[in-house]
Design a binder for this molecule. Structure first.
Ligand code: MF3
Ligand code: CO
Length: 253
């Protein structure tokens, strides 16, 4: 079921979303060689809980054990933070985080180069961010979910990369995953129509190589089948009225 949020509910999601955006900004300053993904998780959880009423969305969701998903290099999403996973120069780290406050969730992700980005990593990060921006640009009342996916896919595939199909963006609100599903591929004018007050998470996962992924034996970590690098950027947005641009709810300010 697609839920339409009231202006008040959107303000609440913006409050949680601001904490999400600030968490990612904070982590961006902590990403360096020698830091473990468990250390980043601790920083994020402490920061989120320092806001009265806020808590991490992921901890306990489907029994997930942590505040962040931290996915390195060919890991696409859902990497579990660990003391044994220590960042190295040249790594690509994708961080996904959600915050719950006053009964509503907000969700975002960003990918970082560990200190100095190689040309390959820099281009993948730039293209994946452009793909997200293109998808957000189509998130307008009167458009369809397929317009978002099509825009994301055009940017990613136009750059010679591929988009992951097994995992998709999603509606978000009182439940972390709500309808509609928001694939990172699609056909213009197809799929559910976008209506003012819908809140959706748009989250391209872009692989340098082939689109196929598989899940490791830990039953969480999703990796590219061909071992190629993958990046992930995500924002939660609220669809505006009259075809206006959406409000991005997960910015730091
Ligand atoms: N952020 C992921 C998504 O957008 C959800 C992580 S689910 C968890 O769908 F269980 F890992 F927390
Ligand atoms: Co999401």
């Amino acid at each position: 079921m697609i839920t339409i949020k009231s202006p008040r509910e959107i303000e609440t999601m913006a409050e949680g979303g601001r904490i999400v955006g600030r968490t990612l900004a904070l982590l961006g300053g902590e990403v360096r060689a020698g830091v473990s993904t468990a250390a980043l998780d601790r920083i994020a959880e402490d920061f989120i809980r320092s806001h009265p009423g806020a808590r991490p969305s992921f901890k306990g969701l489907y029994d997930y054990p942590a505040t962040l998903c931290t996915s390195i290099n060919h890991e696409v999403v859902h990497g579990i933070p660990s003391k044994r996973r220590v960042l190295k120069d040249g790594d690509l780290l994708s961080v996904d985080v959600g915050v719950w406050i006053d009964g509503l969730h907000a969700d975002a992700a960003a990918s970082f180069a560990v200190t100095e980005a190689s040309p390959d990593v820099a281009r993948l990060l730039a293209v994946t961010q452009q793909a997200l921006a293109a998808g957000i640009g189509e998130a307008r009342e009167g458009n369809h979910v397929g317009d978002i996916g099509h825009a994301v896919q055009e940017v990613a595939e136009g750059a010679g990369y591929s988009v992951v199909r097994e995992m998709v963006g999603h509606g978000i609100g009182a439940s972390f995953h709500e309808d509609p599903q928001v694939p990172n591929y699609g056909t213009p004018r197809r799929g559910p129509r976008l209506v003012a007050g819908m809140t959706i998470a748009i989250e391209p996962m872009v692989n340098v190589g082939r689109p196929e992924v598989r899940t490791l034996e830990d039953r969480w970590t999703v990796v590219t089948e061909d071992g190629s690098l993958s990046a992930h950027f995500e924002h939660t947005v609220a669809i505006g009225a009259n075809g206006d641009a959406p409000r991005i709810l997960t910015l730091p300010d």
